[in-house]
Design a protein around this ligand. Structure first.
Ligand SMILES: Cc1cc2nc3c(=O)[nH]c(=O)nc-3n(C[C@H](O)[C@H](O)[C@H](O)COP(=O)(O)OP(=O)(O)OC[C@H]3O[C@@H](n4cnc5c(N)ncnc54)[C@H](O)[C@@H]3O)c2cc1C
Length: 477
């Protein structure tokens, strides 16, 4: 049995690794158009920020490793240009030798991921303008920082999604003054939460330029639509991504409402023996079964393993996602899971929305406040989503909420969830249990309504907090 995999990062390499264990005697081949495979994109901002000194820590596996450990042939600099489902072949372009050849598959995985989406700004092809998606982008940015950014140089980041924000932190870590161009708000959280992230950016000296629509980059000047001109020696475009669906479109694979490939739960596309996984596919929401596109490495990795199982004949279903994500912004931990208030309303839910702030754990053990925004379905009394901001302990609360939402937990049950407690980790009633208690009280009208109110002290807390984690090096050992 010959398995061909197009793309060798999270989805493609995890499929190959698992398949090599399930079917050690099958022929496994990965075609990858760049020079790198199986790397940790998520760590790229921290390499640029000099927290990781060796790029090999981010891309520890090469084709020889895949051959030895996963019985997989990896061909770098090979771009797949066409799929012929009729005779089960693909057309491959060896980019180094400029030679094209055909290969045959019994089963094929499209794991072509996504690319940076570059807006129509004049001058984006200038040598001082970059985006960050691939390993080679990371190397180019790092080289530019080393060669051409002497002390006093400045950076402009366009886009305030999680990649833009992680990069802002790392440019500040390198000592550059950073201007962040924001069209509307900072991050994709609910708009009223943006000021908390802005406060953290300001605390670290980042200049936030609002209502900024870049239209032209000329030399070291970024021109905005309203006539403002922003100076910057280096410009990073962090303006979103686009799934690489061209091969799929070419053969008429079903494309979903988010513009990514649609598969069934076995990750099979609309053509037999062709699977797809990772950032190139959309999936379904565990909340209501509707399509959802939240391209993340955590999901791509799981999908790759599901493909391997199904190719090998084990009928395994990828269940879908609730949409859990987290990122770090200087000392803040920021994340969300499930539906935002806006998404829930758009879907027609009758929502209960409330905020609360409670300590991650006891102050005497270093506990700090965590802000939670919760969205509950008033009819079924189920938790639909939370957005969480804090300085410590955000991930474990998000994971509680994600599990609870995945299994359609009733908000009354969250109050009594049997979570772990000791003073260094939590208060006796955990933050997540407060989410349950307050939600239940509001639904049952046992308490005065706190809907729509965020305690202003949280903003003051952020503004006055001493800085701490910025320079912590990452230890991979
Ligand atoms: C800076 C950054 C930080 C991130 N941080 C996080 C994080 O903290 N947490 C998280 O969960 N996710 C994070 N992500 C997202 C995560 O990296 C992606 O979700 C993940 O890499 C998707 O894996 P993939 O295999 O589907 O696609 P990709 O990583 O896009 O890989 C697809 C591969 O296919 C290759 N390819 C495409 N077309 C062809 C072709 N025709 N022929 C041959 N090869 C082809 C591409 O060159 C590419 O190497 C981050 C991403 C970035 C850029």
């Amino acid at each position: 049995m010959r398995i061909l995999i197009i793309g060798g990062v999270a989805a493609g390499s995890s499929a190959a690794a698992k398949l090599s264990r399930l079917k050690p005697d099958w022929d496994l081949v990965i075609y990858e158009e760049t020079e790198d495979i199986s790397y940790s994109s998520c760590n790229m901002p921290y390499f640029i920020g000099d927290l990781v000194d060796d790029p090999e820590q981010i891309a520890p596996r090469d084709p020889a490793y895949f051959k030895d450990h996963y019985n997989t042939e990896v061909y770098l600099h090979h771009r797949v240009e066409k799929i012929n489902p009729g005779d089960k072949t693909i057309q491959v372009h060896n980019l180094k030798e400029d030679r094209t050849f055909e290969d045959h598959y019994d089963k094929l995985l499209i794991a072509t991921g996504a690319r940076a989406s570059i807006p129509p700004i004049e001058g984006v092809d200038q040598a001082n303008v970059f985006s960050l998606r691939k390993f080679e982008d990371m190397v180019s940015i790092h080289n530019r920082m080393t060669c051409c950014m002497p002390e006093g140089s400045s950076v402009v980041v366009i886009g305030a999604g999680f990649i833009g924000l992680e990069m802002v932190e790392n440019f500040v870590r390198l000592g550059y003054p950073v201007k962040l161009l924001v069209s509307d708000q900072v991050s994709k959280l609910s708009k009223e939460l943006s000021p908390y992230l802005e406060a953290e950016l300001i605390r670290y000296g980042v200049e936030i330029i609002k209502d900024a629509r870049a239209v032209k980059i000329q030399g070291k000047k970024v021109h905005l639509k309203d006539g403002r001109v922003i100076d910057g020696d280096f410009v990073l475009l962090a303006t979103g991504i686009k799934p690489n669906i061209e091969l799929a479109e070419d053969i008429g694979l079903k494309i979903g409402s988010f513009g990514a490939i649609e598969t069934n739960k076995q990750m099979e596309t609309s053509i037999p023996d062709i699977y797809a996984a990772g950032d190139v596919v959309q999936t379904q929401s565990l909340i209501d079964g509707s399509p959802i596109y939240l391209p993340l490495g955590s999901t791509a990795n799981k999908m790759g393993r599901v493909v391997a199982d199904n190719m090998a004949g084990n009928k395994v279903a990828f269940p879908g996602i609730v949409g859990t994500n987290i990122f770090k912004l200087f000392d803040l931990e920021v994340g969300s899971t499930g539906l935002s208030e806006a998404q829930a309303k758009e879907k027609g839910y009758k929502t209960l929305v409330y905020y609360h702030i409670h300590r991650s754990h006891y102050a005497s053990h270093g506990g700090e406040p965590i802000l939670v925004k919760a969205v509950v379905d008033r009819d079924k009394e189920e938790l639909l989503g939370t957005e969480v901001i804090g300085f410590t302990g955000v991930k474990n609360r998000l994971d509680i909420y994600a599990s609870f939402i995945s299994f359609h937990g009733n908000i009354h049950d969250l109050e009594y969830l049997d979570t772990a407690y000791a003073p260094p980790f939590s208060t006796v009633r955990d933050v997540a249990l407060y989410t349950g208690m307050i939600g239940a009280n509001l639904l049952d009208k046992k308490a005065p309504s706190q809907e729509g109110k965020i305690d202003e002290n949280f903003l003051t807390y952020i503004q006055n907090r001493p800085s701490s984690k910025l320079m912590t090096p990452i230890n991979f050992s």
